[in-house]
Design a protein around this ligand. Sequence first.
Ligand code: URA
Length: 447
Amino acid sequence: MFDVTLAHHDDFRSWRDATRKHVSAGVNSRNINWIVNPPDDLFQRQNLDSTEQNTSPFKITRQRYVQLQEAFHAQDSHRFETLYTFVMALHQQDDAQIAALTPKIEALIQAGRAAVLRFRESFVKLALSGGETAPDRSIQPVFDMRGHRIFTGQAATLTRMIPSPWVVSGDTVTIRWTGSALFFSRGGLKAQNEKFQPEIAFGSGYWAQLPQLRLPVKTIPSVIPDTPMTQHHAGASKAPEPNRESRFAQLRAHAVDCAACDLCDIGTRTVFGEGRLDAKIMLIGEQPGDQEDLSGRPFVGPAGALLDQNLREVGLERARLYVTNSVKHFRFVHRYGRRLHQKPDLIHIHQCHPWLSQEISLIAPTHIILLGASAASAMLGRPVTVNRERSRFFRLGNCEALITVHPSYLLRIQDRASQDFEKRRFLSDLRLVADATAQSETQLHPT
Ligand code: URA
């Protein structure tokens, strides 16, 4: 019998490492005892895989890996062994077993997704609803989420929603945002106060298991004075302002040297927005891709070509618009001799936001089209499911905004019928904005 200790219920990494080791060695699921037990010694690295690194490593596809991660969050007491058995079947290419387990795995994936969503909602709701008074007055504890599991990525979102310092305390973990850095420490707030436990930064012992979320706050200069979304006047003074060009040039020049997040070290350059500075419509994408990174211009690759074509079909010429991205640097990994796109993390979206909000203030569009989930999340400050929230206008500061899919989504669809269907929906979204802006132009300049 093998005992495998996970540090917490969402300790996917330890489960993955142990599964890789034991599946390679052909250990049957019945012979593994999964134990969830936070380690006592914080500075002692979990040594699940420090035992003999035996047998051949094996691989599963990226898609399967993501499914395992999603299923892992399901609140199902047998998930560790079910997923283990599934990995064993994949490894042994046991098609009958894979087919037999697939319905169960799909149910776990759905349950895992639902658990993440529920958690996110309650995390944000509780955080915003206030909480106990902090013993240390400079720090506001926002809530105690006893019974909830901590998805550490949510903490990064919270730093954006509540920039002043806060503490989130659970049964086993306390997350502390100092206003400039995120810390995780062991124990609830009460335990911490009793034991005067020091805060522990990432990278050591138990905390090495959690994703790195230390936010280096580097200030992004404010070139545009009235940056908050609520202060600009959409469509106001559309007559060219004498200094709009120079303010834009200044903003862009500052962005060239932006080093607010780690992406500045990997890409070629900052890819800033471009287009008409008096545009009524602004399009916001996710981040530059390979070709944008090389050319320094947004949406010039395949997704850009598709976007231009669709815009033309609804009578919107790109030359009349302003086009930008939520994140201004290309994030990628090197694989097979190519630079493969990687989604930006929340921290990248968060760190880049001041540029985007200054662009919006300067351009003052009347309408904003948010292309895909990253752009929508960047502007709404919360996770967004595009299909649930697309195709309708909502107020964003002084603009009307509309969420639709990212053109690269259309590029990825394989079958012709779905491609046509999704293209029609995309065109209809773009047409909503084209019609709305045409109307507002008529109202401004009645014939
Ligand atoms: N995808 C984006 O979101 N932006 C670009 O500029 C290119 C591709």
